[in-house]
Design a protein around this ligand. Structure first.
Ligand code: NAD
Ligand code: UD1
Length: 337
């Protein structure tokens, strides 16, 4: 497939995937409302790939915009990143999350149906497994989400699966991401959270660059070897490659689910120690109470993607740290200059 419409393509994972697609020779059209990203990302993508993606500033909830984008791009498939992702905010403003994520996906799918485009890759999350015991396998039942963000992902998965059952021309790849970190090796694109980061890796790098005084490690009394939580961190470049490979699975109609993770976990303590060792930067940290909703261990059984897509996330943790630091130190204020 050569012509791809990418929603949310100026965001963190989207921008890395767009680079990957352009480098593979695809024609890419991005639709993004810039609610959590910046237009300058387009220039950065162009400097890395030597090609400028088509860009439409628009909202996935606007059916006319989405139909026009599908027609203009002549897309054969859609990769759908657009969504809101802050867990805490989703608890405070659930309607905003259901509207943006669930309603946005419904409008997108209606527009796709109207235009006869029936291939979709969707950004799901390991959060849909709920509190099952790791490692997670794709054939495990979905758990009960503890927050509206997670619930929105599980609802969308159900909707997409039902659509594949109803119309056998549809094919959907639901990619359940574990914990993407790192940045492009050029240091030109990376993760740029607004305000105080919720996630571990951007928090560590903001402490290292001197913008936050210290990291709080949430809990040191978990039933894990060093007492801190374990997660499956993967390089965002590997994740981008996973999307390019997953497009091939869309040749077969139906609903396809893949975990995208490395299949191994690191503790919070190991993350802090590795970052300090690799970058030579100090990360002052203290131990704090557990964060509500956290699970002790989350990591993927990543064998299905390897078997069926020929994909695995092999970039070592050290390189994830180096790339994070190159991006953070070169762009201390992210895309805001
Ligand atoms: P991001 O916020 O950097 O990117 C999302 C992009 O979507 C942003 O550019 C934003 O402006 C755009 N957007 C949001 N709502 C929109 C709308 N209604 N119309 C058009 N554009 C809209 O997030 P990300 O980290 O790149 O995540 C991409 C996707 O992957 C999201 O759906 C997220 O839930 C999912 N995901 C992310 C992670 C993670 O750890 N980053 C983990 C699992 C799943
Ligand atoms: C969180 C979300 C999850 C979402 C994922 C990716 C919660 C409960 N879960 O998952 O739904 O899909 O982000 O966006 O919010 N940590 C610290 N100090 C910090 C930040 C994090 O110790 O300042 C710890 C956490 O307790 C956790 C680990 O670092 O053990 C990773 O945290 P995080 O990056 O937020 O990812 P998840 O918890 O996997």
């Amino acid at each position: 497939m050569k012509r791809i419409l990418v929603t949310g393509g100026t965001g963190y994972i989207g921008s890395h995937t767009v680079v990957e697609l352009l480098q593979a020779g695809c024609e890419v059209t991005i639709v993004d409302n810039l609610s959590n990203s910046f237009r300058v990302v387009l220039e950065r993508i162009a400097s890395i790939s030597g090609r400028v993606p088509d860009f439409i500033e628009g909202d996935i909830r606007d059916r006319a915009v989405m139909e026009a984008a599908l027609k203009h791009s002549q897309a054969e498939a859609v990769i759908h990143f657009a969504g809101l992702k802050a867990v805490g905010e989703s608890v405070e403003q659930p309607l905003k999350y259901y509207d943006n994520n669930v309603n946005g996906t419904l409008v997108l799918c209606e527009a796709m149906n109207a235009c006869g485009v029936k291939k979709l890759i969707f950004s799901s999350s390991a959060t849909v497994y709920g509190d099952a015991a790791a490692p997670y396998r794709e054939d495990m039942p979905l758990g009960r989400a503890t927050n509206p963000y997670g619930a929105s992902k599980a609802m969308i998965e159900r909707i997409l699966e039902d659509q594949c059952i109803a119309d056998s021309d549809w094919s959907v790849g639901a990619l359940r991401y574990f914990n993407p970190i790192g940045a492009h090796a050029s240091g030109l694109i990376g993760e740029d959270p607004q305000g105080i980061p919720n996630n571990l890796m951007p928090f560590i790098s903001k402490v290292a660059v001197g913008q936050l005084p210290q990291l709080s490690i949430f809990g040191d009394d978990y039933d894990t070897p060093d007492g801190t939580c374990i997660r499956d961190y993967l390089h965002v470049g590997d994740l981008a490659d996973g999307h390019a490979k997953a497009l091939k699975a869309l040749a077969t109609p139906g609903y396809h689910v893949f975990n995208l993770g490395t299949g191994r976990g690191y503790s919070v303590k190991e993350m802090v120690e590795t970052f300090q060792r690799v970058t030579g930067q100090a990360v002052p940290h203290v131990y704090a109470p557990r964060r509500e909703g956290d699970l002790a261990e989350v990591w993927a059984d990543a064998s299905k993607a390897k078997r069926e897509l020929g994909w695995s996330a092999d970039t070592p943790l050290e390189k994830m740290m180096e790339d994070t630091w190159r991006w953070q130190s070169g762009n201390p204020n992210g895309y805001r200059g």
